[in-house]
Structure formats: structure tokens, C-alpha cells
Design a protein around this ligand. Sequence first.
Ligand code: PLZ
Length: 443
Amino acid sequence: MSTLPQERRVVTAIPGPKSQELQSRRTASVAAGVGSVMPVFAARADGGIVEDVDGNRFIDFGSGIAVTTVGASAEAVVRRASAQLADFTHTCFMVTPYEGYVEVAEQLAELTPGDHAKKSALFNSGAEAVENAVKIARAYTKRTAVVVFDHGYHGRTNLTMALTSKNMPYKQGFGPFAPEVYRVPVAYGYRWPTGAENAGAEASAQAIDQINKQIGAENVAAIIIEPVLGEGGFIEPAKGFLPAIRQFASDNGIVFVADEIQSGFCRTGQWFACEDEGIVPDLITTAKGIAGGLPLSAVTGRAEIMDAAHSGGLGGTYGGNPVACAGALGAIETMRELDLNAKAKRIEAVMKPRLTAMQEKFDIIGDVRGRGAMIAIELVKSGTKEPHPEATAQIAKACHAEGVLVLTTGTYGNVVRFLPPLVIGEELLTDGLDVLEAAFAAL
Ligand code: PLZ
């Protein structure tokens, strides 16, 4: 760990003068389409703190969107990546391979669910991993259709925009989208018309019926689902939903793909969120938390499926870059050594009771949900389930002004999500929750 003090500190207006100056340079030179949650410019980050260029220290409840699970300057990540940088930055695995890539593939085979023979291919971003999972599933099944779910998010490239459900901001004006993508219902317990207790059985029956009637199961190459839906609003599919869909895939020769890009690598208190209901996916996509902040992603799965693509059919100049692989080995080492699954469960044990108590006090908190360090509250208009995106934005803004970095999410923009680094200290967690509670009281 660096020497960055682990305490919240607000010493200027947010954003401060130096951030404002950088923001005007940014506005002049960076494309408007790239947004930022909070226009403060980062100077250092470590543990549970992000420090900006004006010396403000924010409690990090975002981890750069679920990436810096081990912290933003974890010792083992910095050590291994630095050593790799000194040796060589790049050769291209498709030109002359190197050990780090193979070691990451070995670690993925060990850590992902199931004891079947597994292989991996490495890429740079989450979207790229999902695209490659589709290529591999199509090569294996010789079918074309891909099934995804309401509220699903899988990326911003052309194929993954098609897989993503929400129009604004991800798709608006960017079509036409890739064909042969079909969307079916998911078991969103809080909003299921006949109640959360029926959501698992009813939503899976509807989804399966739609696949059979509208596509034909024999045409489906892959079913892709996030075991906890991230950008859709931290939706945990109601119990029974995932096992029913997994079973349907097995029964029909469909490749079941768990997109664990946001939920994977200890985030929910297990190595992978699909373990919660004992799901063993055929393919699993990972990114974000895998490499402690360095750009790396992977598709891992059954050896016979992974080997279906012809030699030379998968790849990319930078996929599995050696520095990113070294970072991943450092991140995985940290997860094991610090038992970050236990830490995620501890974060849940601190956060959920506090949030549930807030829900009793503030009736705009309609739902408290999530697992481990992937927790969220859904905000609604008093006495209804009508989404309340305005209050959500106000709460986030109030937290930012007080030095707590929270992110919002959800199809309706009405979910505040909490994704702290798993190495965050308990005082920071409590302090951040106090700020959140004060923001609700002041609303
Ligand atoms: N699959 C489940 O969560 C990325 C998106 C942020 P990339 N989620 C954060 C934004 O607004 O762009 C994500 C995900 C799941 C795929 C992806 C895509 O991963 O690394 O952003 O391409």
C-alpha cells in the first residue's frame, strides 16, 4: 500500500480550482461523448481513497466501476507489473508468446466454476471478451442466434450494443445493430408483477417460452446473462431463475455464458457470482477486477468449446498484454492472500443493516439488495414503485460534495450502487454510510 492516508477530507469546493482548470482543458480537447461521473481529476488512489489534484480525499464506493477490487495501487500488482515493464512491454502473444499469459489461463481454469477441462483466451476489454464468447459459441454450435435479457449490459461495441438492453445513453443514434440477437425477460424480483416470490419460476418459463416460440432452441448458439445484472441496476435474478435457464441451455445444446465482468473476482463474496446457485457455465467472461486496474479480459470455458474456433480465428494485437497479465497475477495473489471473499462478505455485513435501517426511515428507498461488495438501493417516489431518478441524482451529488464517491445505475437511473474496493477499512465504510444517511435526511 502507498502512504495515502485512509481518511475523507474535503478542502475545496467540489470540483476544486485545479480540477476546474483541467476540466476546461478537457472540454476543449476531449470528445463530448465521453462522460465523467464527477469532474474531479485524480492524483492518487489507494485502499479506500481517491485523492484529487486539489488535495480532496474521497471515500471510494465505486472502484472505477468494480475494477480496483484489490485497491488502485495494490502492492503485488505494482510489483509484478513494474518488473514486467522492465523486462518487456509487448511482443504480441500471436508473434512470440510469454509465460504470463499462460499463467493467467491456468489461474482462470483453477478459479472458475466446474472441474471440467478448461481453456482461456485473453483480450483487452469486457466488450471484447463478450464478442469473442459469441464467436466461440457460434463456431462450436454452428448456430447463429444469441439470447440476452431485459436490463442486461454487455458493452459498447457494435455487437455488444445489440446485446445491451438500455437505449440511452448506450445505443441512441449508433445503429444499425448486429442481427440475430433476441431479448427475453429476467426475474427482477422487486418489479415482478406477481411478486418477488413468483419471479424465478414465472420469468424463466416466459423466457424459455419466448425462445422456443420466437427463435427455436435449435437455432440458439448462446444464452448470455450476468449472474447479478450490473448496469441494469444490481438485479439479482430471483432464486430458481438461473438454474432453470442453465438447465434449458444444457437440454438444447446451447452454450450458457455467464458474463461475470462486473460480478466476478470476489466482488459478491465468492470468486464468481454464479456459484451462489451452484451454476457451472459453459463459458465465463471476466474483466474489470481481474487485473487490479490494468486492461485485461478473458473468455474461459469448456476446452472442447474453446477449441472450436480455428487457429488464427481469435486474437488481437494487445490481447493478454504481458504487463496486464502480470497485474492480474498480482491481483489474484492479493485476493488469495487477503481472503477478499471474506472481506466482501464483511462489507455486506456492515452495509446491508445500515441501508435497511435507512430504508425504514426514508420511504423513497424502495429496495436494498445485492451481495458482498456489490450492494445497491433503488429509489422510488414515496408510497409507490415509480422510479425516482431525480432523487437518485441529488443523493449522488450530495455525497460527492461531502467527499464520498458513489455511482448510480439502473435501467431507470434510480439506483445508487456501492462497489467499494474490498480492501477498504471499516471506518471509511461507516463514515461513507453516515454521509449517505445525512444526504437522505437533507433531501
Ligand atoms: N459486461 C457485465 O459490467 C462494463 C460500463 C461502463 P468494458 N460495465 C461498465 C460504461 O458506461 O461504459 C461491462 C459489464 C458487463 C460487459 C461490460 C463491458 O466491459 O470493459 O467496459 O468493455
